[in-house]
Design a protein around this ligand. Structure first.
Ligand code: GLU
Length: 436
């Protein structure tokens, strides 16, 4: 059950609460309460049977205080403008917490991808690109993959954008196939980042990283790559789930075999996987398994106030965006569960997106080893900053992350206001000189 609220109210509440802690006035951060631009489009798509269907799409640009808007495009039947607006704001915070020169944006199409053929999806993506073309671009707004979109979707997006613009423009999207200007390490970046965050939080809590017992909810790009990296580092992934259900194995699942099974054919689900040692669990029970660490890496609003009391993990590392509701968060805090928040934990993807964008802009090709090293440096530094901030204010890591992000954003806003004021004063002084 999803706790009932408009998700964007959460953004507003967090802004107020964090700015108050930092001692800023509402005037100082008022602009962050309002998304700068919202576009809603009706996308006509010719279906394989010749009929015409109209899909609803969005692109929300929340803030470009720190740089061009950046954020993924998701395809899902449940999305609406309010959700995309909220996710766009989280992207603003995410970029700020890891100190990237990007603002926040998010896009989406209301569609059930399982009901469309590949060519219908391609036509949908190309038509959507066409419609949001006026507001995106390598210097203005740079989309990327998100839920149910991938490198192929980004290739269609880039190709359509480049044709409209009349020149190859790889830097307009990130998360592309390597052959089309994608970056080495991008596909696995979010998962690698999650592994780093699990490692760091284990260190702080004196929990052995090797052998830590972990449950992962979700087998999309994030869940799979997190499982792969954690398993290869010696953690025990004891439970895993996807839309079809969950599987559990006390001595640790054979992640390499499972990932191979899932990737052999598209559309394969965990319910089709069989191995003698596994026990099947209902999908909803994944989150309440008796493990050391829980990684929600599916959709948002999974850990609700109702579910939180049943959670047994001591540590949660949020792979998905907004997997914990405000009520869920409060309950977990009462229980003493430590959460590495989404805007930090899953920032690996956007960090390597940043590297991809730089490589595209300057026609560079970086080695995967260097990319992963740079990713690690940025994420570990951000983790330590968030940790210290949370200690300083005796608060949660989530609040610590918001404090860092908002301080950077509000400081930038104040500087811009100062600049405006200086320009205004300068103009005013010239006018006064002329009037003499
Ligand atoms: N969709 C990812 C996220 O939510 C990646 C965004 C990007 O690379 O721009 O962080």
């Amino acid at each position: 059950m999803i706790d009932k609220h408009d998700a964007y109210d959460e953004v507003l509440a967090i802004l107020d609460q964090t700015a108050k802690l930092l001692g800023w006035e509402e005037q100082d951060y008022l602009r962050l309460k309002y998304p700068e631009r919202e576009m809603k489009v009706s996308i006509p798509v010719e279906m394989d049977d010749g009929s015409l269907q109209i899909f609803e799409g969005y692109r929300v640009q929340h803030s470009n205080l720190l740089g061009p808007y950046k954020g993924g495009i998701r395809y899902h039947q449940s999305i609406d403008l309010s959700e995309i607006r909220t996710l766009a704001a989280w992207m603003t915070f995410k970029c700020a917490v890891v100190n990237l020169p990007f603002g926040g944006g998010k896009g989406g199409i209301k569609v059930d991808v399982t009901e469309l053929s590949k060519s219908e999806l391609e036509r949908l993506t190309r038509a959507y690109t066409n419609m949001i073309y006026p507001i995106v671009g390598p210097d203005t707004d740079i989309p990327a993959p998100d839920v149910n979109t991938n490198a192929e979707t980004m290739a269609w997006f880039m190709d359509t954008y480049s044709s409209l613009r009349g020149e190859p423009t790889p830097a307009v999207v990130t998360g592309k196939p390597i052959e089309l200007g994608g970056s080495l390490g991008r596909a696995d970046a979010t998962g690698l980042g999650i592994k780093l965050m699990v490692r760091e939080i284990c260190k702080k809590h004196k929990l052995a990283f090797k052998g830590a017992r972990i449950a992962i909810q979700g087998c999309g790009n994030v869940g799979r790559s997190a499982a792969k990296h954690l398993h290869r580092s010696g953690c025990k992934i004891v439970a895993l789930s996807d839309v079809s259900g969950g599987i559990y194995q006390e001595e640790g699942l054979d992640i390499e075999e499972i990932l191979k099974f899932l990737s052999e054919e598209t559309g394969r689900l965990l319910q089709d996987y069989y191995s003698p040692g596994i026990r099947r669990i209902p999908r909803e029970e994944l989150l309440i398994q008796d493990v050391d660490i829980l990684i929600p890496a599916a959709l948002g609003h999974q850990i609700t106030g109702e579910l939180a009391p049943q959670i047994k993990a001591r540590l949660i590392v949020e792979g998905a965006n907004a997997p914990t509701t405000i009520e869920g968060d409060k309950m977990l805090a009462k229980k003493g569960v430590i959460i590495v928040p989404d805007i930090l934990a899953n920032s690996g993807g956007i960090i390597v997106s940043y590297f991809e964008w730089i490589q595209n802009l300057y026609s560079l090709k970086w080695e995967e080893y260097d990319i992963n090293q740079k990713l690690e440096t940025i994420m570990v530094e951000a983790f330590n900053k968030v940790w210290d901030e949370a200690e300083k204010y005796s608060t949660s890591l989530r609040q610590g992350a918001y404090l860092i992000a908002l301080d950077r954003l509000i400081t930038a806003a104040k500087m811009k206001d100062l600049e405006q004021q200086t320009i205004h004063e300068y103009r005013h002084s010239i006018q006064s000189v002329h009037s003499y």
